[in-house]
Ligand binder design. Structure first.
Ligand code: ZN
Length: 741
């Protein structure tokens, strides 16, 4: 039967191959000229190469929080290891707090214009009418022998001239002291760290991220980081060990990256006992600070200070939160060789959902992500409540979502739980698989959202989770606005980055998993990528190459279309022909005798729009001697005809309207209402990128044919997916109907 099909296909398709009317675009050509060539640092297989290197920075920091003036100040010693093959005359340090300095015109002006009605807060974003003295004051920067180092500040980056070149393979230590006014989160667009003030009880929650001057990345791809911090493109950071001392008002509770080193001097005996209990509680959280105790704490205002000490190993950043408002719960989670404490910190304004859901959501993320990549390696995984938005740091994240008057809609609750899963999930991408967020936002957001959505689907099936259908509105959008996924972070519109950098890569990975490679092999390849680049700095090409290398699948067509263009999937089932063959004479003695077949129905030149005209006429002739070429054996032609007898043959013509080449899923609905699915690989578009014909033999009679019936490939226009055409009500009809209902 297979032979016959090939015969038929070549017969019917020959004419369409010849008649391609638009230029060949090379959609299946390699993407080698679109990604950097492999080298000794990054191999052609997508793994780190033999000569792969990355820098390292260890930090010792003493920071003090001045609650009265909302100022954070610190002294730090950085030990920087130059593992590169290059000698360095200068180094760059990131000063992200400078982003809010007046005169730093950031991307906030994407909303540039003033409309008739504008909120005061929006006007503040635009005009900075209230002048806030944001940014660092650097008190000193000295080398190990106390000699001052010359610096040049360029906006959010500071160049430090070394007193002698830092040779390849050596390290340098230097110290600096700094301070900055902590920003009010409500005052700046897209603020994710800073402080939040609670007027009712005159207290503050401090969420401190990118708070200390940090080493910029120097690597084999960029040299020194040269993209400024504009808030949307986040961070590129080096790994290292941290010893951090945080001095805060005595009655504050600090939640932080790292393992607490001095619990006996900062926690009460009761709190320590409860923590010990929590370390053995694997099924539910234990309250370390109860709501009643937190409310009591709100009323004091200690004048004394207390110092919390934390150590963190092999992290690329360090963040903390501090407040006297915190309620604190903790639960243990067992990994193969260690226990991680899942912990949540929230003000009473987060009750009751935060005590019910936050730690549970942390554990859900720990389970699914660990299974899909590698085990969570750190001692703590913390979720801290904020008013809105979420942001991630190693071991700790600040997550938005609070009830109003104790109540939260299901939708808001799902959003809050989703945020916690997402931000905890960022521990894998980019905190450990440490891509450059400032350059490629999609690399961490896309891969993280893919696993975040999988966690929601597995652990919260009652919530909506992303499927390919969800990307249809975005991909059908205005081509003058759309950018490809392979667009650098800050060049994307604020209105588009969610769909382009989070959802579209997620859907792409879902398609690869579910419909192109298959879950088993894809999951192994995804794991391979994660473990290859654990604690390293991957680039897009390293992901593309690994997914091909680990699956033996040429995916260049997919990466080219999905990541480098704004094309969409829109396939049109433009024509269907139905044939039926009846045999006349099975016992043909003389193979040269001309054989004819009776065919039901009538040949017609008009294109059928449904099956009502019945099957069409085709003529099959005995194969000529020439067609067998040099072969001496002959097909059992009567047997072929016998096989075809009474069968329905359907020739489908499918057009690629949207531009993206994709596999084709065909749903057949038979007159007895049973269904069948046929799948064609994307490679069917190799010889003609615009139009293909395919022929199928079916025993049953078909009454309806649909393309992409389950939205596996996010077909953007389903009105042209069916034969006969399915009447879809116009928008106006649908509107009228809802009105009536
Ligand atoms: Zn994210």
């Amino acid at each position: 039967m297979k032979y016959l099909l090939i015969l038929l296909v070549s017969l019917f398709s020959f004419s369409t191959i010849q008649s391609q009317t638009q230029p060949w675009q090379g959609k299946f050509e390699p993407i080698d000229n679109m990604i950097p060539p492999p080298n000794t640092y990054r191999t052609a297989s997508g793994a780190p190469g033999k000569a792969y290197w990355q820098q390292r920075a260890d930090y010792k920091i003493k920071a003090t929080l001045d609650e009265k003036n909302n100022v954070l100040s610190g002294e730090e010693t950085i030990t920087y290891y130059n593992n590169s093959p290059d000698d360095l005359n200068y180094i760059w340090i990131q000063l992200e707090q400078n982003v809010n300095k007046k005169g730093n015109e950031d991307f906030g002006d994407v909303f540039g214009g003033v409309s008739d009605s504008i909120s005061t807060r929006q006007m503040q974003f635009l005009t900075r009418a209230v002048d806030f003295p944001a940014g660092y004051t650097i008190k000193y920067i000295k080398d190990a022998s106390e000699k001052d180092l010359k610096t040049y500040v360029n906006n959010t980056m500071m160049k430090v001239m070394l007193n002698q070149p830092l040779k390849s393979g050596s390290s340098v230590s230097f110290s600096l002291a700094w301070s900055y006014p902590i920003t009010d989160r409500s005052m700046f667009l897209l603020s994710r760290e800073g402080y939040e003030y609670f007027p009712e009880d005159d207290n503050t929650v401090y969420l401190l991220g990118h708070w200390f001057p940090r080493m910029a990345v120097y690597n084999d791809t960029e040299g020194w980081q040269n993209k400024q911090f504009n808030r949307l493109g986040e961070f590129a950071l080096e790994f290292g060990d941290y010893e951090v001392e945080i001095t805060v008002p005595e009655d504050h509770i600090v939640a932080s990256t790292g393992k607490l080193q001095n619990s006996e001097s900062v926690l009460t005996k009761t709190q320590r006992q409860r923590l010990l209990e929590a370390e053995k509680s694997f099924d539910k959280p234990v309250m370390i600070i109860t709501p009643e105790e937190a409310t009591q704490n709100e009323k004091t205002k200690a004048s004394k200070l207390k110092t919390w000490r934390f150590h963190a190993k092999n992290v690329r950043d360090f963040a903390f939160a501090s407040s006297r408002k915190f309620i604190w719960d903790a639960q243990a989670h067992q990994f193969s060789d260690h226990v991680t404490m899942a912990m949540s910190y929230y003000p009473k304004e987060g009750l009751p959902v935060w005590s019910d859901e936050s730690t549970k959501a942390i554990v859900a993320a720990l389970e699914v992500y660990s299974e899909a990549t590698f085990e969570y390696p750190y001692p703590v995984a913390i979720s801290v409540n904020t008013s809105n938005i979420g942001i991630e740091f190693p071991m700790i994240s600040f997550n938005g979502g609070r009830p109003k008057n104790g109540k939260m809609s299901d939708r808001a609750k799902a959003g809050m739980i989703g945020t916690i899963i997402h931000e905890v999930g960022h521990n894998w991408f980019p905190m450990i698989v440490s891509s450059d967020e400032r350059k490629w936002m999609w690399m961490d957001e896309g891969l993280n959202t893919y696993l975040h959505q999988r966690t929601v689907a597995e652990k919260y099936p009652e919530f909506h989770s992303t499927t390919p259908k969800d990307i249809v509105p975005f991909m059908s959008g205005d081509q003058n606005i759309l950018r490809p996924i392979m667009t650098t972070s800050d060049n994307e519109l604020l209105t588009q980055f969610g769909a382009n950098f989070y959802q579209k890569p997620t859907v792409g990975l879902q398609m690869l998993r579910e419909s192109i490679i298959g879950p088993e092999l894809f999951d192994q390849a995804f794991k391979e990528y994660a473990s290859r680049w654990k604690y390293k700095h991957p680039n897009p090409a390293d992901l593309f190459r690994t997914l091909e290398d680990a699956t033996a699948t040429d995916l260049d067509w997919f990466f080219r279309g999905w990541f480098f263009t704004t094309d969409k999937v829109d396939m049109e089932l433009s024509n269907v022909k139905w044939f039926k063959v009846y045999e006349d004479d099975l016992n043909i003695e003389d193979k040269h005798k001309k054989t004819t077949f009776k065919i039901e129905g009538e040949s017609t030149e008009t294109i059928a729009t449904d099956f009502s005209g019945g099957p069409e006429v085709i003529t099959m002739t005995p194969t000529s001697e020439n067609s067998y070429g040099g072969f001496l054996s002959r097909l059992d032609e009567p047997e072929v005809r016998k096989q075809l007898s009474g069968k329905n043959i359907y020739e489908l013509t499918i057009k690629n309207i949207g531009g993206l080449v994709m596999p084709v899923t065909i749903e057949w609905i038979y007159t007895d209402n049973t269904k069948e699915i046929d799948k064609l690989p994307a490679e069917v578009w190799r010889l003609n990128e615009y139009e293909i014909s395919k022929t199928f033999v079916k025993t049953k009679v078909v009454k309806q044919i649909n393309l992409d019936p389950n939205f596996e490939f996010a077909d953007t226009d389903t009105k042209n997916n069916s034969f006969p055409k399915v009447e879809t009500p116009s928008d106006f009809d649908a509107f009228k109907k809802t009105k009536k209902d």
